[in-house]
Design a binder for this molecule. Structure first.
Ligand SMILES: NC(=O)c1ccc[n+]([C@@H]2O[C@H](COP(=O)([O-])OP(=O)(O)OC[C@H]3O[C@@H](n4cnc5c(N)ncnc54)[C@H](OP(=O)(O)O)[C@@H]3O)[C@@H](O)[C@H]2O)c1
Length: 260
């Protein structure tokens, strides 16, 4: 993919789609700086990726939604060639009126202000070097609003807006900014959520997933594999994707419909 030897900072990289992106970038020879809050899972992910792909993998245990966490991550990796932003899905919200101000503030800090501040921090050096790739792993709810996913969709709709505007500003410097919009995926967070429903209903994880697929009529008849997103992130970070910028690409098994 033309990116061997490049350096990527991936926030939220110890599980799910962030880890899949890290692993697939490493397979292309990209050296990594990975962050997450939980030390044990992060160390295990780094060990696995290092062992499998032989690249350099540094880790920072930090909460990227806080000023303190951001400072520590950026001190360890101030000028990456590639920046990938992700986090855990925020809680589902069956009733918009039940969302507390604290929940809004937390989801804005994690889903909007954190990636925005990292992008602002890493962009100038990318522009100077005339090479940079930035990808936000956001959510399909940014494009197709859903009451159940307000805490996920609303901050990321703002992030997409920001990303597209900034992408136009830096396009001539060979720096790209894109968003991946996942539908439903088999990740740690989803596993916990659907396993809990299975316990409550006396069923199994697979049964709960199929119930969801039926209810929401997902044409692919399944949830996605995190590697599907990891591969797209890697390709958007490749040498070949330099003319693709300011885009938001759905990866959702045709759950949503839109001609463009
Ligand atoms: N899974 C889905 O079906 C689905 C659907 C639509 C959209 N999405 C979106 O896709 C993205 C990834 O979701 P996922 O399911 O892959 O999540 P996941 O499996 O929960 O993984 C999230 C990763 O981010 C880390 N993380 C979370 N909050 C963090 C913070 N504040 N600071 C540093 N690290 C943090 C987690 O580690 P620690 O917990 O140790 O920090 C973990 O490594 C999210 O933006 C989510 O909203 C997911």
């Amino acid at each position: 993919m033309g990116i061997s030897g490049r350096r990527a900072l991936i926030n939220g990289a110890s599980a799910g789609m962030g880890k899949a992106a890290a692993s697939l970038l490493a397979a292309e020879g990209v050296n990594l700086v990975l962050s997450a809050r939980g030390a044990e899972r992060l160390a295990a992910a780094a060990l696995e990726i290092r062992g499998r792909h032989g690249v350099r993998v540094d880790t920072i245990v930090a909460d990227h939604s806080t000023d303190e966490g951001r400072l520590r991550i950026l001190a360890a990796c101030p000028d990456p060639d590639i920046f990938v932003a992700t986090c855990s899905p925020p809680p589902l919200t069956p009733d918009h009126g039940g969302i507390s101000m604290q929940q809004w503030q937390e989801s804005l800090a994690t889903g909007l202000l954190s990636p925005l501040q990292f992008i602002e921090a890493v962009l100038p050096a990318m522009q100077r070097r005339r090479w940079g790739r930035i990808v936000n792993i956001a959510t399909i709810a940014a494009k197709y609003p859903l009451e159940l996913r307000l805490l996920s969709g609303a901050p990321r709709a703002a992030l997409v807006n920001y990303t597209v505007a900034v992408a136009r500003r830096v396009a001539a410097d060979n720096v790209t900014l894109n968003n991946v919009l996942p539908g439903m995926f088999h990740t740690a967070a989803v596993h916990d959520q659907f396993s809990e429903a299975a316990r409550r209903n006396g069923t199994s994880y697979d049964v709960e997933v199929h119930k969801f697929v039926d209810l929401h009529q997902i044409p692919a008849r399944r949830f996605g594999d995190p590697r599907d997103v990891g591969a797209l992130v890697t390709w958007l970070c490749s040498e070949f994707a330099g003319y693709i910028t300011g885009q938001s690409i759905a990866v959702d098994g045709a759950a949503t419909r839109s001609t463009f």
